[in-house]
Each structure stands twice: as C-alpha cells, then as structure tokens.
Design a protein around this ligand. Sequence first.
Ligand SMILES: Nc1ncnc2c1ncn2[C@@H]1O[C@H](COP(=O)(O)OP(=O)(O)OP(=O)(O)O)[C@@H](O)[C@H]1O
Length: 500
Amino acid sequence: MTTPKEWAEKYRPKSLADVLGNPTAIRQLRSWAEQWLDGTPEQKAVLLHGPAGVGKTSTAHALAQDMEWEVIELNASDQRTADVIERIAGSASRMSTLGGMSSKRLIVLDEADNMHGTSDRGGPKAIGNIILATGQPIVLIANDAYGIPSSVRSNLLEIKFNALQTRSMIPALKQVAQKEGLMCGVGIIEKIAENADGDMRSAINDLQAVAVGRNEINIEDIATAERDNKESIFKVMERIFKGTDAKTALETTYGLDESPEDLIHWIDENLPVQYAGKEEGKVTDSIKNGYEYISRADLFLGRVQKRQNYLMWRYASVLMTCGTVVSKSQPKRGFVKFSPPSLWRRMGQLKARKNMRNNIAIKIAGHCHESMRYSSTEIAGIYSILLEDPEYAPAVVAELGLDLDELAFMTGASKVTKKLQKVYDDAQELRKDKRQDEVPFFRMPEKPILNDDKKQTNLSNILTNKIEPPEENKQNTELVKKKENIDNIIKKTQKTLFDF
Ligand SMILES: Nc1ncnc2c1ncn2[C@@H]1O[C@H](COP(=O)(O)OP(=O)(O)OP(=O)(O)O)[C@@H](O)[C@H]1O
C-alpha cells in the first residue's frame, strides 16, 4: 500500500513569489542573492531564523530555484562532524559549478542551532571556517538564533522570519483544499488556520488529517478531531470528578498535554454540572468547596504570569485537582457528560469571524482604495446589500474576488445555498470573460433595457450616479425603478451600517 504524499511537502512553494508572508525577509534574502551575481558580497552566509513551519527551509530552496542555483544540503539527520562538513560543504564551497563561474551552488545547513553532542563534534567551528573561505552562498537555518555560536553569528547576515498571519494562511489553505477536490464547510478553513498559530506546516497537516477518507469536511469533523486529541483530558476529568483519590488524580494530570491554565477552565466548566445536587439550581456544598479551591489555584496562576515563575504551577495544579477531588461530600456516580470550556468555543468563534471580516475588508479596501477600517465600517454594508440583488451580486463577487465562504458571510447565510453557489459560478464566468479590472461593477443586463445604445449609456451613468435622469426619461418607468432601487439601497445602508 502506498502512503499518500504529505500535502505540506506536495505544496511546498517552488519560487520566492509563492512563499507566504514575511515580505521583508524575502526582500532581504533576494537582494543578498543578487549581490552574488556581481561578485562576492560582504556577508557570504545568511541565517534564516524564526519559529517552526513558517517557510524558512522552503524559502532557501525557492531562492535556489529562482536563481537557478544547485543546492547542497546538510540537514540534522546527517552526521555533522567537522570532517563531514568540510568534505561536503567545504569542497562544494570552493569548487566552481557545472554551469561555470556565473552559476552558484547554494549550501543549505538546516537546524544549525542543533549542532551539539558528539555526532556534531567540531561542527560549529568547521562551519565558521567554511563561511570565511567560501566562494559559494551559504544559508543557515535555525529556530533560535542564539543557538548558533557567537563566533559564527558575527559573520552572518541575520534574517528573521515571523509566525504567519492567520489571514494570509486562509487563502493558501483554501487553494490546497480546492486542488485536492475537498469541499469545506463555512468557517472550517478559518478555524484550522487559527488553531495553527502561524505555523503553515501544522495548518496543512491538520487539514489533511481532517480530510482523510472524506471529500467534504464540516465544522463537526474538526470538533471530533479536537476531541480525539483531548482524549486524555477526559480521563483526568473522570479521576477528578468521580474519583476519591487525590494523589492519583494529580498524577494523571502529569501526562496531560494541557497547561494548568487550560485545565482550570475544564474544571471550572464541569464542576457545577458534575457536583450538582438533586435539587435543580441549588448550589451544593461540594460546588462551594470546589470553587474555593479553584479560586486559590487561580491566584497562583496569576502569580505565575506576573512573576514568570513557572514553579508555582505546581501549587496551582495541586489546589485545582486535589482540591476538587476532596470537595465532594460523597462519591459521584452515574454518567454526566464532560464538556470542553465554553469560553474557548466562544472565543474561537469570535476569532474566526474576525478573521473572515478582516479578509473581506482587505478586499474591499483594495478595491475602493480606502483603509481597512473605513471599508469594514462604512463601505462593506453597501456591498452586502448589493449582494442581495441577483442582478448585481455576480459582478460584486467578481470585482472583489470573494470566495464562497466570504460571499456566505457577507449575505449572513449560515451555509452555502444553491442560490449563493449560482452567484459564485456566474461571478467566475464574469472573471473568466474579462480581465479583473475590466469587470464593470454594475453589470448591465444581458438584454438592453432600452432599445438604443445611447439610452443604454445614459442608464449606466445614472446607475453609477454620474448624472440625474433627464426629465423626459423620468417617465420611463423601468429607468425610474432602477434609480429608485439604487437610492433605496443607499438610504438603507446609511441606516443599517454593516454589523459584522
Ligand atoms: N511561508 C510559507 N508559504 C507557503 N508554504 C509554507 C510556508 N511556510 C510553511 N509552508 C508549508 O509548510 C511546509 C514546511 O515549511 P518549511 O519546512 O519551509 O518550514 P520551516 O520554517 O523551515 O520549519 P522548521 O523550522 O520546522 O524546519 C512547507 O512544505 C509548506 O507546505
């Protein structure tokens, strides 16, 4: 059986133009590479450093492709003793390439901050020497710039990569889904992007994991995947709320992939339900005692934050777990479902909506040459009202370059309906027919409303508010209706400015 190719690998950017985010870093790297075309730059090696999964390695390879350079790579799985480095990178850095003097060979040293221990003995020193003597460009890649010995760092041009913004990851993830023929429910990509915390590799991996065996994914599928990851939290909840042994409960938290800050939310959410008495709504002693302990645990969590002293997590954990165990007045039996903290869900939904809103605002801002803020508060409303009119909707979608989710969001629909799909399909046809800047904002009906071209142009001017209709034409009912329609839209927007 063949294993499916990892999407993260399959969609690795091939050129610098395909790398998402970090424009300053890309610019710096490109201009450093161009210096090699005119000779040897002052700094012969660069260090790309930053968090995992933001495209450092991909950028190095994309650069080589763009410059048509060969790549010699030494990654962490290779033995990187002084000997090996000298044999591979050292000779590569001195020899000219098959393409002659003008062509270069890019030496890429991945995980350069991870060169210690016996297998890399002498490695950092050898790298330092090669950088001094090289005739070929060298790229070092590291998560932590401070993990590189300062003697090596002093000869490097440091280029910093930051975590990617959620809003730049969303369109790329949507493209991956589209290329894989995967239908995604509204908001699902936004949620995946947001969960990834700026790490594109993990976002693509999550998307692939949720998509296994499906050609359509919905928000419930993510909830199930999240639940699978959280399997151990349910065990801990069981020990805390059903058990009577405080020590065992505490010990189970050690294997948990959650911080005490997260665990306290779980306990807080479930305590009133798990320790509820027979009398509905009555606050039992178990609940009171439990909250007493939780509030003290919370004090310690506050101190951890304030003093950055993580040793105090220990006290917080003991108070919240053992405290909740001993708070119950009698053993609790029977099944009561454990729920994840509702606070997270609310915050997650808010964040996903915010990302979607920002993406739309960027598109409107680009189109109207206005700021994002002005676009979302003042202009977006007009567009959402126009989207309700089947005559204008495709042109608006085409002009702004909205995708289906964004269209659904702007019209306030909870899911993609057939009507929205049709608007979207018509918009794609419009985009295909004309170059983007040629798509008129107000699409004229296919069949002219008026019989001759001159009158048709007049109508176009009136619709775009360039001129008032001539007095005699006001009698033309169709024309007047159109004008009134537009006036109504504008009046309505002034009253109900986009609430999203
Ligand atoms: N900026 C980006 N643009 C496009 N794709 C990206 C980007 N960053 C990461 N990816 C995706 O994630 C995968 C892994 O990226 P890459 O190996 O370049 O990250 P990295 O920063 O070098 O991570 P690490 O430090 O863990 O090695 C790529 O194959 C690509 O699919």
